[in-house]
Write a protein that binds this ligand. Structure first.
Ligand code: ATP
Length: 291
């Protein structure tokens, strides 16, 4: 079974008004995400990453094309299932929590809407708050949370309804780098633990390679599959795609993560991921990224 299947997707915000100056955003995009797989999507600002997620979530109706979520056709040339009937949920950059509810009240919301009995609801909310490591914040007001805590609540609110797919739209971009990396590791663990598939949009290549099994890029209205993170070879990519992953040319940086499959090098503000084990943690390394 595939979690997401997209064929020949076209999305255009043209509302027919004479003032419209834009161009179609997605022009024949194709994408498959396997069951349990995490796909990170990178792309230049305005390339259509949020549009892609919003369209899968049912918040934006495509002009044409076909979308399947968890093997159910949600869009097919005119056919359009509303968001609440899709087996997926979305986590946004600003957590978008209900300010008048407590943490537990926010997490319980989806179960209330699904008319899950109260006793079961309490148990599931407690379980998921434990899972995302904020059990002690259950009765806390939303206005009293840090940015990182708010995103844990947003994630709990999604996980509690056990969707087949979670769509992440730059969920950590408002947080500092250290916290971002730590939460990225935790998000991956939670998705794998629960068997949830995900599409994860980010600007940060380090976050993308930490969270995801596979990478893709949105460019010129299409989705380019870059393949598994473990075998990513930046020297084989086009300049525009390589620059999203840290740029080209000879650079020197420090190794910040290493495994048998890949080596992550921090180069000033950029992150470069190389195939295979290229040294030890903390080593300084010079990499020639030109072809
Ligand atoms: N509601 C809308 N109405 C009209 N145009 C829109 C709307 N939402 C997005 N766009 C346009 O569609 C294009 C793609 O936007 P989108 O937000 O999907 O890009 P993105 O890759 O997520 O960008 P960023 O990385 O800056 O968040 C942009 O040119 C944007 O101006």
């Amino acid at each position: 079974m595939t979690a997401i299947n997209i064929t020949n997707l076209h999305v255009d915000y043209d509302d027919g008004s004479p003032n419209y100056r834009g161009e179609p955003v997605l022009t024949g995009a194709n994408l498959t995400v396997d069951d349990g797989e995490i796909l990170a999507v990178l792309g230049a600002s305005g390339s259509g990453k949020s549009t892609l997620l919003r369209t899968i979530a049912g918040l934006q109706q495509p002009g044409s094309g076909r979308i399947e979520v968890a093997s159910v056709t949600t869009d097919d040339d005119g056919e359009h299932l509303p968001p609440h009937r899709r087996n997926c949920t979305m986590v946004f950059q600003d957590a978008q929590l209900f300010p008048h509810r407590t943490v537990a009240g926010n997490v319980a919301y989806g179960l209330e809407a699904a008319k899950v009995p109260k006793v079961q609801r309490r148990r599931r909310v407690a379980e998921v708050l434990e899972m995302v490591d904020i059990a002690e914040l259950a009765d806390r007001a939303i206005t009293e949370l840090s940015g990182g805590q708010a995103q844990r609540v947003a994630l709990a609110r999604c996980l509690v309804i056990r969707p087949a797919v979670i769509l992440f739209d730059e969920p950590l971009s408002a947080l500092d780098r250290g916290l971002r990396q730590r939460l990225a590791v935790e998000i991956r663990q939670l998705l794998k633990q629960t068997g949830t598939s995900a599409i994860y949009v980010t600007h940060d290549p380090a976050e993308a390679t930490t969270v995801a099994d596979r990478l893709a890029v949105v460019e010129h209205g299409k989705i380019i599959d870059l393949g598994p993170v473990a075998t990513l070879d930046i020297s084989k990519l086009s300049d525009s795609v390589a620059s999203l992953l840290g740029g080209l040319g000879e650079v020197t940086g420090v190794i910040t993560a290493v495994s048998d499959e890949s080596t992550t090098v921090e180069v000033v503000e950029n992150i470069v991921v190389l195939p295979g084990r290229q040294g030890g943690l903390g080593d300084t390394i010079t990499v020639n990224l030109s072809r």
